[in-house]
Design a protein around this ligand. Structure first.
Ligand code: HEC
Ligand code: HEC
Length: 331
């Protein structure tokens, strides 16, 4: 959709969506997350041996230059798969400071691309990034493979699955298989979408209706309540002019395509578990959902809303918090 068309749609959205919809059109723009995470996105059964190996590798600091940082250092499942809330930006090897906020790995399998700027097509491709990134794990495949090859038990575990043993592509494959299992289904919104009308309170349901009628849904939609398109951050008002201190990361998708139309274009993030994964935005500048929703109204919708309505929307956002291994995520 062009920027102008989207603007037109957002300006019209309140009127458009508050008018009663014909019965046939009353299909929900959100869909529940699959309860079964034992299959990949093509419906193929995951190999439990790959999942177990990927789990080990995800938590293995030997994947970094000085053996101090694992994937889990910045995507700790105990802090809901993202950095701790007091860390707007990540820290890599040697305390190197990152340039963007780390998104949660929960449900990343349902995003259409990986990274804020979408530079990795899928989870397998994504793994290469942090391992080679000088401000993250700061290493390379030959170094990692040499270290892992000294661990005979681990080598045997690789060989049982992959005849060519410890290889970069096999590390990628196993970690991606593990990440396929990092899902948080059965949020209260999912129960409601599956027909349990008691799963949401009256206020939460009002919040959902406002989320739709104000047009948040134009960008945050589908199974992941986001993660299925790119949009300009600041489509209605210049976010970056207001914030100041422009960084290279603020260019977003432009850094990948070099197309001027992609400046400040980002993957719309999933709002699943947003309530338990502060801070917000690629720059980590919003500490609370209240702040994040204010920014969205000002810069993505170009309008204001009464505080009561924003509070209802935030109540709705809390219903997007799901369960990992049957237990609800917590703050
Ligand atoms: C030093 C901290 C750090 C480490 C270590 C790290 N990550 Fe990340 N991760 C991040 C940050 C920051 C981003 C966002 C980067 C961007 O979008 O440019 C990210 C993005 C991701 C994403 C994309 C999620 C999405 O919704 O777009 C996935 C998946 C991911 N990391 C998995 C991993 C895996 C697997 C490893 C280990 C091989 C790893 N990360 C190591 C900080 C880290
Ligand atoms: C025009 C598209 C668009 C609309 C409309 C929109 N958003 Fe967003 N939203 C985005 C984009 C893009 C980002 C990521 C911005 C960034 O960090 O670069 C985002 C980020 C967020 C975040 C932070 C998520 C995180 O993990 O960092 C929240 C919360 C959010 N939006 C809620 C809302 C709500 C509530 C509304 C309606 C009031 C809304 N959005 C309307 C595109 C949109």
């Amino acid at each position: 959709m062009s920027r102008a068309a989207l603007k037109g749609m957002l300006m019209g959205s309140v009127l458009m969506l508050t008018a009663p919809l014909p019965v046939a059109a009353q299909q929900e723009p959100l869909s529940p997350l699959p309860l079964d995470n034992s299959v990949d996105n093509q419906g193929k059964k995951l190999d439990p041996r790959k999942v177990a190996l990927g789990d080990k590798l995800f938590h293995d600091p030997r994947l970094s230059k000085d053996n101090t940082i694992s994937c889990a250092s910045c995507h700790n499942l105990a802090t809901n798969g993202a950095d701790a809330s007091d860390r707007p930006l990540s820290f890599g090897v040697g305390g190197a400071k990152g340039v963007v906020n780390s998104p949660t790995v929960f449900n990343s399998r349902y995003n259409f691309r990986q990274f804020w700027d979408g530079r990795a097509a899928n989870l397998v491709e994504q793994v290469v990034g942090p391992i080679h990134n000088p401000i993250e794990m700061a290493t390379n495949w030959p170094e990692v493979i040499a270290k892992l090859n000294k661990d005979s038990a681990l080598v045997a575990q690789f060989q049982a699955i992959y005849p060519d043993g410890v290889q970069g592509k096999n590390i990628q494959d196993a970690i991606a298989a593990y990440e396929m299992t990092l899902t948080t289904p059965n949020a209260r919104i999912d129960k409601w979408l599956r027909g349990d009308k008691g799963a949401l309170s009256a206020d939460e349901l009002k919040g959902y209706q406002l989320f739709k009628s104000y047009g948040c849904i134009a960008c945050h939609q589908g199974a992941n309540v986001g993660g299925n398109m790119y949009q300009i951050f600041g489509v209605m008002n210049g976010y970056f002019a207001a914030r100041g201190n422009l960084t290279e990361a603020d260019n977003g998708r432009f850094n990948v395509t070099k197309n001027p139309a992609d400046k400040h274009m980002f993957k719309v993030p999933s709002l699943r578990n947003a309530a338990v994964t502060p801070p917000y935005f690629h720059d980590g500048t919003a500490q609370t959902l209240e702040q994040a929703v204010d920014v969205m109204f000002r810069f993505q919708l170009g309008r204001t809303a009464p505080p009561e309505e924003k509070a209802l929307i935030i109540k709705f956002l809390h219903t997007l918090t799901g369960e990992y291994k049957g237990k609800p995520l917590e703050n």
